[in-house]
Write a protein that binds this ligand. Structure first.
Ligand code: WAQ
Ligand code: MG
Length: 275
């Protein structure tokens, strides 16, 4: 008699990117069990067709099987939340937190201004992230319009519900938060990464964050005004620890699944004396 070996169910990467009039509109991705591929892809397409925005006129959905031997499991970064009085104070707080992570103050300030002005050509929002030399402030990404897109990361399917519930109980239930936390978790684990700065390009979403491996994912309640279309990401890189090729290969290609939360601190008021 042949007894078949119990096999781990296959995992699939499901990626969506949508555009309108040739302009990038939205992108999102999941890593799910074989049985959840159809549900995940339709949920991602539904997001691109969301009637509260202009629906996309082109949607690409890509499904790829992942070798389970490729998967690396990690814990999500710790989460803290700073409440600032306004976006101006928020941007000072962001520069302060970046300096605390070891970025020179003038480079930190320049990165904040870069996202505010639009880091893409002609001040456009980039589709991916800026790679910035943490020591010199020089831009390192090959294509300043696309930037670097982090991909192939998600929560472990078995723990998704638990982690979502936990986030919800801490008033962090918005899907944006968990997606950004997962992205930041992968970025912080990448070779040579010193810190990340991010805020959304969604004009109605004004909270952003600074992440570093010492302090985790540090949310800042306001980094822009409602209605502001700016947004983006900057990854600060220590080039003595990695090459750009190695870093990009990691960010785009490595499969990282998160199986547990870090510490989640209650919101606290940002003290401007710290600046
Ligand atoms: N890889 C690299 N850069 C990306 C990616 C990616 N996969 N996805 C988006 N970006 C860049 C791109 O320039 C976007 O314009 C920018 O980041 C913002 O993306 O309350 O929602 O998806 O804790 O609009 C952060 C705060 C929310 C959440 C971030 O970003 C919270 C957000 P969005
Ligand atoms: Mg967006």
């Amino acid at each position: 008699m042949i007894i078949s070996q119990p096999m781990a169910p296959s995992l699939y990467s499901v990626r969506m990117r949508a555009s309108l009039h040739g302009q990038h509109l939205a992108g999102a991705e999941r890593i799910v069990d074989e049985a959840a591929v159809i549900e995940a892809s339709s949920a991602l397409v539904a997001r691109a067709m969301d009637a509260s925005h202009s629906p996309a006129d082109e949607i690409h959905c890509r499904v790829e099987r992942i070798e389970t031997t490729e998967v690396v499991y990690q814990r999500l970064p710790d989460v803290s939340t700073y409440q600032v009085d306004d976006w101006q104070q928020g941007r000072l707080a962001a520069a302060w937190l970046l300096a605390n992570a070891g970025i020179q103050k003038d480079i930190a300030t320049r990165a904040v201004e870069l996202l505010a002005d639009g880091a893409g050509p002609d001040g456009a929002v980039m589709r991916g992230a800026v790679l910035m030399d943490a020591k010199t402030g020089a831009r390192l990404e090959g294509d300043p319009s696309r930037g670097v897109r982090v991909s192939r990361m998600d929560l472990v399917p078995e723990n998704r519900q638990f982690i979502e519930q936990l986030m919800l109980s801490k008033e962090l239930g918005h899907h944006r938060i968990l997606e950004a936390l997962v992205l930041a978790g992968k970025v912080l684990s990448a070779p040579g990464i010193v810190a990340e700065l991010c805020w959304s390009d969604d004009p109605s979403y004004i909270t952003g964050y600074v992440a570093d491996s010492q302090n985790g994912y540090q949310r800042i309640s306001e980094l822009k005004q409602t209605g502001d279309m700016s947004g983006g990401r900057v990854f600060f890189v220590d080039l003595s620890k990695t090459s750009i090729a190695e870093l990009v290969e990691y960010l785009e290609g490595r499969v990282i699944l998160f199986n547990a939360c870090g510490m989640i601190s209650p919101p606290e008021k940002w003290l401007s004396d710290d600046e």
